[in-house]
Design a protein. Structure first.
Ligand code: UDP
Length: 254
């Protein structure tokens, strides 16, 4: 099959030109990085699993009336998405203290927060994705207050819904990161959920044992990383057909 033109390569994904205008193909790699690229590695089969997990969660969000960039999965490692104008912010929603919040504010990991807390980070690798406030976002024009209202309400609705989906399979949604894009349809613009939703950008703890089932296993060298991603897919009922076959999938040709 003729390969499509590569438009962008990130740490965990590659974007190719889509088959028709306004679409892109998102390819999921097995590469993992942490600490803004300070730690690098490969989690075998991660791309295949994240492609499936993100497909499943994006479709569930869509069913709940939360718009996303997802169109359909194409194969083991690729999905068709709508081309959007990415808003340069990472929106983090937290339910339980962990990671940078626990460290910054001295709150023990695992403490249930008094309410869900939303944070914004400016997407800029050379600045290490600094945390920013609504004031910074509107003053520097990354998003206007209407965009921000949309992102906030979509993120909180996604949190309520995804918390329920995960709790249903014995997993606590501790925190997660969303990215949003502007989707233009003629003169109309809608803000939609973009990027991916997977154990790469969610903290997922077993509801009974608090065992970590997410990228923290890689970040913190806890071992059994592949198994954790598989366990999330298994519980959601979406282990790929080829789980017993070639999890490496086809190599990307450029
Ligand atoms: N996160 C992410 N990409 C980033 C930073 C964070 O997907 O560049 C996710 C991370 O997986 C976690 C949540 O956002 O689910 C909150 O991360 P935190 O701010 O605690 O940062 P970390 O401890 O991962 O550095």
């Amino acid at each position: 099959m003729a390969r499509r033109r590569q438009l962008y390569e990130g740490k965990a994904k590659i974007l190719f030109e889509g088959p028709e205008p306004g679409t892109l193909v998102q390819y999921f790699k097995d590469d993992a990085s942490a600490g803004n690229g300070a730690k690098k590695g490969v989690i075998t089969g991660k791309g295949v699993l994240n492609n499936r997990i993100s497909e499943y969660l994006m479709l569930r969000l869509h069913d709940m009336g939360i718009p996303t960039h997802f169109v359909r999965r194409l194969n083991m490692r690729e999905q068709l998405i709508r081309e959007v104008e990415i808003i340069p912010l990472e929106v983090v929603v937290r339910n339980i203290a962990a990671g940078s919040l626990a460290k910054r504010l001295g709150i023990p990991e695992g403490t249930r927060l008094p309410r869900s807390i939303l944070e914004y980070y400016y997407k800029n690798d050379s600045l290490n994705d600094p945390m920013v406030s609504e004031e910074h976002i509107t003053a520097f024009g990354w998003a206007n207050s209407h965009d921000l209202d949309d992102m906030t309400s979509l993120a909180l609705r996604a949190n309520d819904f995804l918390s329920g989906v995960f709790l249903g399979v014995g997993i606590q949604l501790v925190d997660f990161k969303l990215e949003f894009g502007r989707l233009w349809e003629g003169e109309e613009m809608r803000i939609v959920v973009a990027d991916e939703i997977s154990p790469d950008n969610c903290r997922l703890w077993d509801a009974k044992t608090s065992e970590k089932l997410d990228k923290d296993r890689f970040r913190r060298d806890l071992g059994r990383v592949e198994e954790a991603y598989q366990e999330v897919a298994r519980r959601l009922g979406i282990l790929p057909e080829a789980a017993n076959g070639d999890m490496k999938g086809p190599e990307v040709m450029q």
